[in-house]
Design a protein around this ligand. Structure first.
Ligand code: ZN
Length: 121
């Protein structure tokens, strides 16, 4: 069982504030260069268009956090295979899913979840 937090509501609120002019593009399209690089090289296409510039598709990047992960701690993962491999080897760690638009640099943490042997089955 996965303990998961979904940030879809907060994301919608942010997009709405942008559409209402309460937030500027500079406020919401501020992806760090490292994140953009990770999205380009390790990210995966999603089925969603960017909520800010309508370019599609958004890229999704998966980060893993946990002291036991050692070198993988805080690093973007290459995909579901690497996630499965790490989950079989460690009791528990956190994953952060970030969506990134390569066109306008919109970025948002869409969900976090815990994985590992403790959560298997
Ligand atoms: Zn965009």
């Amino acid at each position: 069982m996965r303990r998961e937090i979904d940030y879809a509501l907060a994301r919608r609120a942010t997009v709405r504030e942008f559409q209402q002019g309460k937030l500027s593009r500079l406020d919401v399209c501020d992806a760090h260069p490292e994140l953009v690089r990770a999205a380009r090289h390790l990210g995966h296409d999603t089925h969603d268009a960017c909520p800010i510039c309508s370019e599609s598709p958004l890229r999704s990047v998966l980060y893993a956090y946990g002291d036991a992960l050692k070198v993988a701690n805080g690093r973007p993962l290459t995909g579901p295979d690497e996630l499965d491999r790490l989950a079989r080897r460690h009791d528990e760690f956190s994953c952060y899913v970030v969506e990134v638009c390569l066109a306008c640099q919109w970025n948002y943490l869409t969900r976090t979840f815990l994985v590992g042997r403790r959560h298997a089955g």
